[in-house]
Design a protein around this ligand. Sequence first.
Ligand code: MN
Length: 320
Amino acid sequence: MNRVRKIALEEHFMAPGFESYSEVFLKNIPANVRQELSSKLNDFDDLRLADMDQAGVEMVLLSQSGPGVQAEPDTAQAIRKARENNDFLAERIARNPSRYAGFATLPMQDPKAAAIELERAVKQLGFKGSMVNGHTLGVYYDDPAYDPFWEKMQELDVPMYLHPVNFHDVPHNMKGHPVLAGAVWGWGVETGTHALRLLFGGVFDRFPNLKLILGHMGEGLPFMRWRFDSRFAVYSQGINLQRQPSAYFGSNILITTSGVCSSPTLLGAIGEMGPEGVMFSIDYPYESTQLAVDFIEQAPMDERTRALICYDNAKRIFKL
Ligand code: MN
C-alpha cells in the first residue's frame, strides 16, 4: 500500500521537573496505564520512533504535556521553567531533526516575558510555534495586556496551539460531575470558549495574521459556525467585528483531528473549515497512534484532500 505521508502536531513529552503540574489529571489514571504513559512521555528514542515508523508518521511537533507552566503560581518560576523546558526540548530535537520539531512552552503569566521567550524559541532554538495549555490561573488572552504578545507572535509568523486544560472555576452545572468537567466534555467547552473570547474580543481584528490551532476537531466549534453568524447578527451586545464570526474559521482558527477518529465528524469539519483548515494529529501518548492512522487513511475523501490534511497543510503552515 502506498501510504499517505503524515505530520502530527499534538504529540507530547514530559520534561524533567514538570511531572507535578500534570498530577491534577494523572492522579485519576490507573497505576499501570500511568506507568506506560510515563515511559512514552519521557522517551525521545526507541518507543516514539518505532510508533512513528509503524504508523508512517514522518515528523511530529513535540509539546510539553499539560498544563505545564500555565499552572505555575510564581511568575519568575514560570519564566525560568519555560526556558528550561525549551532548552531541554531543543537538545532532544537536535538528536533527530528530521523527525522532530518543537512547540515552545511559554510563561503566559507575564505577556512580555512570553513574547521574549517565544522569540528566543523561534529564532535561536528553531521552534515552529507554541503550545499553550489554556488560561493561566484563570486569565484569558483576550485581555488587552496580551496585545504586545500577540503583536510579537504575528511578527514572528508562527502559530499557537491552544491545548485543553481544566476549568479555573468548575461551572455550576458541572459541579459534582467530574466526568462532565474533565476530558469527556469540559475541556472542549473550556478551550472552545477561550478561542471564542479571542474571536469576539477582537484579537484577530487587531492582529489579522494570527493563527490559532485547536485540537479535538476544533473543540466542537466548527459545528456551531453557522449559528455564530446567525445569532451574532441578532445579539451582538454592542460588539463590532470586522468580519462575520464564521470568516475567522479556516483563516485565523485552524483545527486538528487529535482524539476524534470519526469520519462523519471529519467530513463535517472539512466542510466548515475548508480542506486547508484541518490537520492530522494523534495526541500521543494519550490516544492510540494506530487508531488515528487507520482512521485518517481510510476516511472517505479524495486523495488530494487527504494529502492536505495529513501533510501539506502542516508543511505550509509551519514552513517545514
Ligand atoms: Mn493533548
